[in-house]
Design a protein around this ligand. Structure first.
Ligand code: F6P
Length: 518
């Protein structure tokens, strides 16, 4: 297959970018008083305003032409229907099946997966109700890493308003013993339930933390059998049992759910206990609503498609190396880490679906943080740095915590940032001049409810998927993280060895020996 950059629709966008020349966003507003009306879209409780982007009607037309030429609609159907779109691993990517309301069969390897999903959800419901009502366990510790940690801790924090405050949720992910040690200081061993969340049950960090937690508990409770305190969410039943989790305490996950797309499965058990199953279901319902929007809306009005194509415009035609996402809601403080995995683990690739090196840019560096804090950190560079960093602002219109005047101040700051980036300002003192013309989009959600959060998360999942299709890469594998894992295992073995027995470069050797000699 040819490169995407050989497509005539790609070339048309290059020519169009040249034609636009040094057009200013501000002048696009001056030329068209209806620009906001034209360039905003609403879907239920969510609105996207992309009028402050450096683009015109023609740009959008050409971006949609490119999306069509890359067969977004065809790939979208394939994903929802369960085709093996994760070709390197020969797997489907069916996170959408986890939130479907329909009982129509979805077949994977000749088997309908819907009954399995419903059964797992029933178990989650029963189990979370039991823990919430019984209060036998008031500390829940999720041990997992990457997709088995980031999304769960993000959702827990985002929906804390809905959580049972008598149940304390903790997350341990890092292999750094400090992470586990600091959590162990906070918990009461008798009243603690550990959830080992690992699809493979082989991930080094998770296994090291799980075994250390188990031996800590055995010591504290002065007994060998601590199985009542351990739950597993895994596909690897054998290893979970070998660890000491009872058969009926193992919740399923399947190979057609990718790690960073797994919060909708039993991987979400920890936060499901905290917020309750009804709220968990609402989260799924919101995601389902976004799935329907993504499936049924015309591409021109399709929020995930629009966000994705604007990102492609930035990366491949305006040649912008980074993109930013700023969240104006304190409850979303864990969103940046989740988002970085979603975007960069999915689309940080340079080999196409056919195995060829590609000759165009893919995933930008994602900078993300919480407003207003980041305004006092890296936003200086956004306003006056040498690079243009396109910004996405996410605002939540109604707060759960109304303290006199705070929320209006927060929202004013968000809107002010997008205006300052666009307008800039001139000053006789060059240090105080802002060039402006820096593009941004704003998403407003009415309120941070489980339903609306579900919509937001599914929106970004689909945005990442669309970009993966445009770039002709597989967004669902993560081969790039493997080499480091292999080398770390080798380096553990090399620590403490004689220099002459270690075959490596002088820097790697120097680092090991420096530590050995301390
Ligand atoms: O970082 C690589 C990765 O495979 C992620 O994709 C995944 O979410 C994480 O490790 C954890 O994997 P597991 O759930 O198998 O422990």
């Amino acid at each position: 297959m040819q490169q995407r950059s050989d497509l005539k629709q790609w070339k048309a966008l290059i020519a169009h970018e040249n034609e636009l020349g040094d057009v200013k966003i501000k002048s696009l507003f001056a030329d068209d008083p209806n620009r906001f009306d034209k360039f905003h879209v609403k879907c239920e409780n969510m609105m996207l305003d992309y009028s402050k982007q450096l683009l015109t009607d023609k740009t959008m037309e050409k971006l949609i032409d490119l999306a069509k030429a890359c067969d977004i609609e065809g790939w979208r159907s394939k994903m929802f229907e369960g085709a093996s779109i994760n070709a390197t691993e020969n797997r489907a990517a069916l996170h959408t099946a986890l939130r479907t309301k329909s009982d129509d069969p979805i077949m994977v390897d000749g088997e309908d997966i819907i009954p399995k999903i419903r059964k797992a959800q029933d178990r989650m419901k029963e189990f979370s109700n039991k823990i919430r009502k019984g209060k036998k366990y008031t500390h829940i510790v999720n041990i997992g890493v990457g997709g088995s940690d980031l999304s769960s801790s993000m959702v827990y924090e985002a929906l804390k308003h809905y959580s049972d405050r008598e149940i304390n949720l903790h997350f341990v992910s890092n292999i750094d013993g400090t992470h586990l040690s600091e959590v162990l200081r906070l918990i009461d061993p008798e009243k603690t339930l550990f959830i080992i969340s690992s699809k493979t049950f082989t991930t080094q960090e998770t296994m090291a933390n799980a075994y250390s937690a188990k031996s800590w508990l055995q010591d504290k409770l002065n007994r060998k059998d601590v199985s009542k305190h351990f739950i597993a969410v895994s596909q690897n039943i054998e290893l979970a049992k070998e660890f000491g989790v009872n058969d009926n305490n193992i919740f399923p996950i399947w190979d057609w759910v990718g790690g960073r797309f797994s919060l909708w499965s039993s991987i979400g058990l920890s936060f499901c206990i905290a917020i309750g199953f009804d709220n968990f279901k609402e989260l799924l319902n919101g995601a389902y609503q976004m799935d329907q929007h993504f499936l049924k809306s015309p591409l021109e009005k399709n929020i995930p498609v629009l966000l994705a194509m604007i990102g492609v415009w930035h990366r491949n035609f305006l040649k912008l190396p980074a993109a930013s996402l700023t969240l104006y809601d304190q409850y979303l403080w864990q969103f940046p880490a989740y988002m970085q995995q979603l975007e960069m683990e999915s689309n940080g690739k340079s080999i196409d679906r056919e195995g060829k090196a590609i000759n165009y840019e893919t995933c930008p560096t994602i900078l993300s943080g919480i407003g207003t804090n980041v305004q006092h950190a890296y936003f200086q560079m956004f306003h006056q740095g040498t690079e243009t960093i396109p910004c996405d602002f996410i605002m939540v219109a109604k707060t759960h915590n109304s303290i006199h005047g705070h929320h209006k101040k927060l929202l004013s700051n968000a809107i002010a940032q997008s205006k300052a980036l666009m307008d800039g300002s001139e000053d006789n003192n060059p240090h105080k001049s802002f060039t402006g013309n820096r593009p941004s989009s704003t998403i407003i959600i009415d309120e941070l409810t489980p339903y609306n959060l579900g919509m937001l998360l599914a929106l970004y999942e689909h945005k990442v998927f669309v970009q993966g299709i445009i770039w002709n890469i597989n967004s669902f594998d993560q081969c790039g993280v493997e080499l480091g894992k292999v080398l770390a295992r080798q380096i553990i073995d090399d620590f403490g060895k004689n220099v002459k027995d270690i075959k490596t470069d002088s820097s790697t050797l120097g680092l090991m020996k420096y530590i050995d000699n301390l």
